[in-house]
Design a binder for this molecule. Structure first.
Ligand code: PLP
Length: 446
């Protein structure tokens, strides 16, 4: 493969003096959970990050096309975010809601201002799994019902209850979970029975939600959960009208509609601040994490005052949720997204990338489908465009070749044949040019 020059960067990484990559790998093997995995045959060790750049222990620079798995929304070590966390770290690192501290309510106010309708009550937790767990509790406590509908191919977390919402064999242990959860047909325009040329596909796919209410529940639901765009499942964007019709069936059965915005939120889709807005719906409960804090361990649930009331019959307490440092950091993230116009950037650079992917598809028959919104994009690779046989091995090769050429991206979908592109939202068109040139070379080598 021919090497491709990285776009310029004026950051010089510090000399690294810690343990070698081999030593770190050995430490992981000896002391860490054996089920963690690493990307690449020869794992990459990352010791420093700046904006859209990552550096390994030798000072080698990589373009980050996945953002710490859709988490580094504003870019690595964004100065405004770092300064906010630093200031708070020197002032007071921790207190909980048993005392008053301004950071949590100020953040909650700023976050709530980003939501439409009555979505004005904020709960802060520590992860996406915890947020979905709480949303589940809320829906059941509010409705007094048990049954839930989730979507096939969805990912909602790794805790016991969120594993039950997840519908992806890769992520499910063979233990009891998912009580009361059923999985509706995935509205997948690429592989499902209704394709992009069917203007009524959204309504047709949503019929399965109605069918599950009728045949798989008492007729009453606690709720329905769906990612606004599926992330782990391989960037699956639903047809227009899907959530509108699905929500109508759920609400007719008394259920609440939960939007999992853990990956799609905070302007990443480009046209809207929240992914659910691209479907023209307003959920009853929204769950957030990942990009919320640019790396702070944080999650949130946003709902209406009426639904929140259902959780006030008991005390709700969370030791770290809304910790003053995390709240300060997350507030700085909201400011950066607004000040730097990152949502508009996602729209512009996302479209630029998509146009480039179309050109690559004319050249490389491995590309079966190009999908996504803004800077939440996916390329599904297939062996044959007619049979759509997943090109799992080829995808692994492309993935590996991208890394060798200096580009880090993600991989997903049930067969691991979808390249996931979700860089920090500051990504530029010259970064996109580099990514396209690397993918061109990597696809040619597979
Ligand atoms: C859509 C979605 N929801 C929930 C989660 C779980 O978040 P966490 O890993 O912070 O628990 C993830 C994680 O990948 C996710 O992608």
């Amino acid at each position: 493969m021919k090497s491709i020059p990285l776009p310029p960067c004026d950051h010089t990484p510090q000399p690294y003096a810690g343990p070698s990559a081999a030593e770190v790998l050995a430490l992981r093997k000896e002391f860490l959970n054996p089920a963690i995995f690493h990307y690449y045959k020869q794992p990459v060790m990352i010791v420093e990050g700046k904006a859209q750049w990552l550096f390994d222990e030798t000072g080698r620079r990589y373009l980050d096309g996945i953002g710490g798995i859709v988490t580094v929304s504003c870019g690595h070590c964004h100065p405004h975010v770092v300064a906010a966390a630093d200031r708070q770290n020197h002032l007071l690192q921790h207190t909980t809601t048993i005392y008053l501290n301004p950071n949590l309510p100020l953040y909650a106010r700023d976050l709530a201002a980003k939501f439409p309708g009555d979505l004005k009550v904020v709960y802060l937790v520590n992860s996406g799994s915890e947020a979905n767990d709480l949303a589940l509790l809320m829906a059941r406590a509010y409705t007094g019902c048990y049954d839930l509908i989730a979507l096939r191919n969805g990912y909602h977390g790794g805790s016991q209850s969120t594993m039950g919402l997840t519908s992806h064999s890769t992520w499910k242990f063979n233990v009891p979970h998912g009580f009361g959860v059923q999985y509706s047909v995935l509205p997948d325009l690429y592989r499902g029975p209704y394709g992009p040329d069917d203007p009524d596909a959204g309504r047709k796919y949503a019929e399965d939600v109605r069918s599950l209410v009728m045949f798989g529940s008492s007729g009453k639901l606690a709720g329905f959960i769906a990612e606004s765009i599926q992330g782990v499942g391989g960037t699956v964007v639903y047809p227009d009208g899907y959530l509108r019709h699905a929500y109508a069936h759920v609400r007719a059965a008394g259920g609440l509609c939960i939007a999992d915005e853990v990956q799609a939120g905070f302007g990443r889709t480009g046209t809207h601040y929240w992914g659910f807005e691209t479907q023209g719906v307003v959920p009853d409960i929204v769950t957030l994490a990942k990009g919320i804090g640019n790396g702070a361990a944080m999650g949130a649930v946003v709902t209406t005052p009426k639904i929140a009331q259902a959780l006030s019959t008991r005390i709700h307490f969370n030791t770290f949720g809304g910790n003053p440092v995390a709240s300060a950091q997350a507030r700085a993230v909201l400011e950066v997204i607004d000040r730097e116009g990152l949502q508009a950037n996602c729209l512009r650079v996302g479209q630029y990338l998509k146009d480039g992917f179309q050109r690559l598809a004319e050249k490389h028959s491995l590309i079966g489908d190009i999908r996504g919104l803004g800077l939440m994009l996916g390329l599904e690779l297939v062996k044959d465009r007619r049979t759509k046989e997943p090109a799992k091995e080829e995808c692994a090769q492309v993935f590996e070749a991208c890394k060798d050429l200096g580009l880090l991206i993600g991989k997903g979908g049930l067969w691991g044949n979808t390249l996931r592109i979700k860089p920090p939202m500051i990504f530029s068109t010259s970064d996109a040019d580099f990514m396209l040139a690397v993918l061109d070379e990597a696809l040619a080598s597979a």
